[in-house]
Write a protein that binds this ligand. Structure first.
Ligand code: ZN
Length: 318
């Protein structure tokens, strides 16, 4: 096979990234936390973001999403939001504090917007998957724009709350999207960002076998510090940082999944071209059953910090 000088086996340019894709920092190192054969990952020393570089091409990204239906995946978890006390309590308290309009970026099949609607909010969605967008718009009778958030946001106004749940890690330019989101929040309004926690116990322990290390579907990996740096740049104030299980499995179940992968010899995610292959060694239905059994046995969950949920405020003048 012809391999061009300075290019990897897939023909991608091997040059190091010029800047961090979140904070523009230049102090970048090859990641020792997450790295693999097909996808290299770099760490930013300034904001602690780990990100895939070289960035996959549009073709590689769309290939990774082939056969990935948000409708199929998300309708299975429809109750994730409506039964999520953290989300319900947050929406209720922000609504009581005067918020009325919410934009959900990457709204998928509308679980978050549905919860927002039942707590009194007027919702708008942005969704790249047309089938999921149509389903949400029809089901909840609200406006869902179809397309890329960076293309759509400039035509939208400001909101009291902008949510981006498990969206930022999928985009090629998270810094640009984060800054754009900041421009669409009313003074006194909030942003809720939820991402996989790259400094969670599972991520530290499992590294490239961490269930959420999934290039090229997940392109960047955030920690609390990533948001501190991004918030300062966008002149936003961090109001709260919560780590929790989120849509991950329980911590022991994550360990079980990783063990199954090692024992079966299945390559870690970065070595699969179809990045969103999902748990293939053991079925996710089985893993959910393990989760339920553990919870029924009184599992306490103090190690469940797989998700980082950050609430930020536009503290500018009203
Ligand atoms: Zn950075």
């Amino acid at each position: 096979m012809l391999v061009l000088r300075g290019r990897d086996a897939n023909g991608r340019n091997r040059s190091p990234p010029p800047r961090c894709i979140l904070c523009d920092g230049r102090d970048l190192r090859r990641s020792r936390r997450f790295t693999g054969r097909s996808w290299q990952t770099w760490d930013c020393e300034d904001c602690d973001l780990a990100f895939v570089w070289p960035m996959p091409t549009k073709l590689e990204i769309s290939a990774a999403y082939q056969g990935y239906s948000r409708v199929a995946e998300e309708t299975a978890n429809e109750s994730e939001y409506t039964s999520d006390r953290f989300i319900v309590d947050l929406l209720t308290s922000l609504f009581r504090a005067g918020g009325t309009t919410v934009l959900d970026i990457g709204c998928s099949t509308g679980g978050f917007l549905e919860t927002a609607k039942t707590t009194g909010w007027k919702g708008t969605g942005i969704e790249i998957d047309a089938a999921a967008a149509t389903l949400t718009a029809n089901r909840l009778n609200l406006d869902v724009k179809v397309g890329d958030a960076l293309d759509l946001l400039p035509s939208l106004g400001r909101f009291d709350l902008v949510a981006a749940s498990h969206t930022l890690e999928h985009v090629v330019s998270p810094g640009q999207l984060f800054a754009e989101i900041g421009r669409h929040v009313n003074p006194g309004g909030h942003i809720l960002a939820r991402v996989p926690n790259s400094r969670s116990r599972a991520a530290i322990l499992l590294r490239k076998r961490w269930n959420w290390y999934r290039p090229p579907v997940h392109l960047s990996y955030f920690s609390e510090r990533s948001f501190e740096v991004a918030a300062a740049r966008a002149r936003l104030k961090i109001r709260s940082v919560t780590t929790r299980r989120g849509p991950a499995h329980l911590f022991p179940t994550e360990l079980l999944l990783a063990t199954a992968r090692i024992v079966s010899g299945e390559a870690a995610y970065q070595d699969t071209v179809k990045g969103n292959a999902g748990p293939t060694v053991v079925s996710s239905r089985f893993l959910s059953w393990v989760d339920r059994r553990m919870l029924a046995q009184g599992y306490f969950g103090k190690h469940d910090d797989s998700e980082l949920a950050v609430l930020l405020e536009n503290a500018g003048e009203k």
